[in-house]
Design a protein around this ligand. Structure first.
Ligand code: PMP
Length: 318
């Protein structure tokens, strides 16, 4: 195929850029690089696992032509799967928690997916989104549950792509990587890969206040996509050196600052991760870059994070 021409949109996933910061934070920003996953065609890092989850289900015979993809998702995995389902000719149904933004629900529907919204309840409640999705998959003939919280294909996709991209782009000049964890697939895959290249690379997890990785106490929080109330199978704690707590307010303030001061339109989890990356960059002694993995686009949050009043700080020059 000619250079610059792709067979399908799925062939454009990955190879995302590392971008320097110029205004947010203090002088420590000089060593921070943002890995901008919003440039994936579905707008998030989850594009990397969408096709991988589908291929794994096809390979073990659970998903056949004409079948239906079912998943529990806080949005981005759904968008990635819906995008891949459209290309590959599958139907898709997603079960989402009520706190998920309307923007993301509309996106799923725009890709042709069906969406079921369930209340924000704990895992022991039968209305929990994971449980509802699993049940749906069992009750619909030809349906397959993707299981991003259990599937080895999830961390493997990051081990195979995200990790090597960071190592190659920094030429190994990396002191630390900061990521969030929902399924833990990102931090596990990247962490394993980078530590194999150089065990001295520090792997730091940014975690919303209220999430289990820095809890207890575990309680609800507003940041979407990262933080959990249980330890998922797809997270390998051995790949993570430390977890750092971050509040909803800190995360959303940073997300808004990244848009206004850096032109980086990213979501609340990205805000949380960059906040932690800047704090860590101030005290890390090893030479090398601090890479912040920014999982998704701020366009997912126009109706919540970017519609909020009360953060009236202008850009630095105003
Ligand atoms: N941020 C956002 C916005 C996400 O959608 C996700 C995926 N749930 C994450 C962070 C965390 O990624 P992972 O599931 O690979 O831990």
């Amino acid at each position: 195929m000619a250079l610059g021409i792709y067979d399908t949109v799925l062939d454009t996933v990955g190879d995302t850029p590392l971008i320097r910061l110029h205004r947010v934070g203090g002088p420590e920003r000089a060593r921070v690089l943002v890995k901008l996953e919003s440039v994936n065609p579905g707008g998030s890092i989850k594009d990397r696992i969408g096709l991988a989850l589908i291929r794994a289900a096809e390979a073990d015979g659970r998903l056949k032509p004409g079948g239906t993809i079912v998943e529990a998702t806080a949005g981005n995995t759904g968008i990635a799967l819906a995008q891949a389902a459209a290309v590959l000719g599958y139907r898709s149904i997603f079960v989402v928690p009520a706190k998920m933004s309307q923007d993301k629900i509309r996106l799923l529907k725009a890709y042709g997916a069906a969406v079921e919204v369930v209340p924000d309840v704990g895992r022991d409640d039968p209305r929990h989104y994971h449980r509802v999705a699993r049940q749906l998959a069992e009750s619909i003939p030809g349906a397959a549950y993707m299981g991003q919280f259990e599937a080895a294909a999830n961390p493997e996709a990051h081990y195979a792509t995200t990790g090597p991209e960071i190592w190659a782009a920094t030429r190994g000049d990396i002191a630390m990587v900061v990521a969030g964890a929902g399924t833990g697939g990102t931090i596990t895959g990247i962490g394993r890969y980078l530590k194999e290249q150089n065990p001295a690379v520090e792997v730091v997890g940014a975690d919303p206040e209220g999430s289990i990785f820095t809890g207890p106490p575990v309680h609800p929080f507003q940041i979407e996509g990262m933080g959990e109330d249980y330890i998922p199978e797809t997270l390998d704690q051995a790949a993570v050196d430390r977890w750092v707590k971050v509040t909803d307010a800190e995360a959303f303030r940073m997300a808004r600052a990244l848009a206004r001061e850096e032109g980086l339109m990213v979501g609340g989890s990205s805000g949380a991760i960059v906040k932690v990356a800047l704090d860590e960059a101030r005290r890390v002694t090893r030479e090398g870059y601090v890479v912040a993995i920014c999982p998704d686009t701020g366009r997912n949050y126009l109706s919540n994070i970017f519609a909020e009043e009360g953060d009236t700080e202008g850009p630095r020059w105003s």
